[in-house]
Write a protein that binds this ligand. Structure first.
Ligand code: 5GP
Ligand code: ZN
Length: 114
């Protein structure tokens, strides 16, 4: 997937501020943070969106969510609360077609989302 930005980050070919990583998933800071804590968690393997990741039927989705939880604890927002967002498709605002969980926290969150 040479054209994929997040595959490039996963491969270490594109710089990013890595928060934590394991054999299957990587967490790094969003380049345009929307909250005091804004970390993206991705699988190393390329899946375009949440639907494709879910359809793959392996344990990557649960690993991704577990990593999001670890990020929230490490960033100090687990108790205050945080939001995990998977924008999926154009109308939801997905701009990078490599599935990613946004972990957002450190400020009150509005509902409904914009
Ligand atoms: P989406 O809009 O697809 O839900 O989220 C994509 C996210 O990736 C955006 O929040 C955007 O700021 C972030 N992003 C785009 N390009 C880069 C990059 O080169 N590095 C990092 N760290 N984040 C990026
Ligand atoms: Zn990719």
């Amino acid at each position: 997937m040479p054209d994929c930005l997040f595959c490039g980050i996963a491969a270490g070919e594109i710089p990013a501020t890595i928060v934590s990583a394991n054999s299957q998933t990587i967490a790094f800071r969003d380049i345009n943070p929307q909250a005091p804590v804004h970390v993206l968690v991705i699988p190393r393997a390329h899946h375009s969106n949440l639907a494709e990741l879910g359809a793959a039927g392996d344990d990557l989705l649960s690993g991704l969510v577990a990593h999001a939880r670890e990020v929230a604890i490490a960033e100090g927002v687990a108790d205050s609360g945080y939001r995990v967002v998977f924008n999926t498709g154009p109308q939801a605002g997905q701009t990078v077609d490599h599935v990613h969980a946004h972990v957002l926290g450190g400020r009150p969150m509005a509902w409904p989302p914009g």
